[in-house]
Design a protein around this ligand. Structure first.
Ligand SMILES: [Fe+2]
Ligand SMILES: [Fe+2]
Length: 191
């Protein structure tokens, strides 16, 4: 082994740099995702909110929307406390989230629920991945992510109970939304 290689091998990683950057990226993408979720439900409620014939669906959406507001508030606080740069894509998620919610709601209650089921399935996987990556690194953040993940799983189950899978062209709709969510996650982690 050359001197240079030996030096490289024995040199410890710069303390905390990678971990901190990774955690900042996690907070950034989660903040963006919770914002997107709030906007999706706002879009759905803008279409369905005043429809008295759909009051059960609307009540379920309102309940989920309130929980998303709580999630967003928590990540707003983390962004500020930890001085994490928020995503520059916020205006995009503002428009895209609302449009996705409104468009699926215009297709009907079941399509709105299919949207929720698809989004929450991706978010469940996303949060599960973060929990695994965090390990013991940041117990406070991990606890937050675990709590919110449980809410997202409950949202997915609510959406399925409300007939998400009976939406017209369910597979196509669900698949397209999942692709969009994964792309949004990838972009918001970096940007
Ligand atoms: Fe959420
Ligand atoms: Fe959710």
């Amino acid at each position: 082994m050359s001197k240079k290689t030996a030096a490289r091998a024995s040199r410890p990683a710069p303390p905390g740099v990678d971990a901190n950057e990774d955690i900042a990226a996690m907070i950034r993408v989660d903040h963006a995702g919770e914002y997107g979720a709030v906007r999706i439900y706002e879009g759905q409620l803008a279409v369905l909110g005043t429809d008295k014939s759909k009051s059960k669906t609307v009540a379920a959406i309102r309940h989920m929307a309130e929980q998303e507001q709580g999630h967003l508030k928590a990540f707003d606080a983390l962004i500020n406390e930890r001085r994490v740069r928020p995503t520059v894509l916020e205006p995009v998620w503002r428009a895209a989230g609302f449009a996705l919610g409104a468009a699926t709601a215009l297709m009907g209650e079941k399509a709105a629920m299919a949207c929720t089921a698809a989004v929450e399935e991706v978010i469940d996987q996303h949060y599960a991945g973060q929990i695994e990556r965090l390990g013991d690194a940041d117990p406070a953040l991990r606890q937050t992510v675990e709590t919110f993940r449980a809410d997202e799983i409950a949202h997915r189950d609510t959406a399925l109970a409300f007939g998400a899978e009976d939406a017209p062209a369910y597979r196509l709709l669900s698949g397209a939304i999942k692709v969009g969510c994964r792309l949004a996650i990838a972009l918001s982690t970096r940007l």
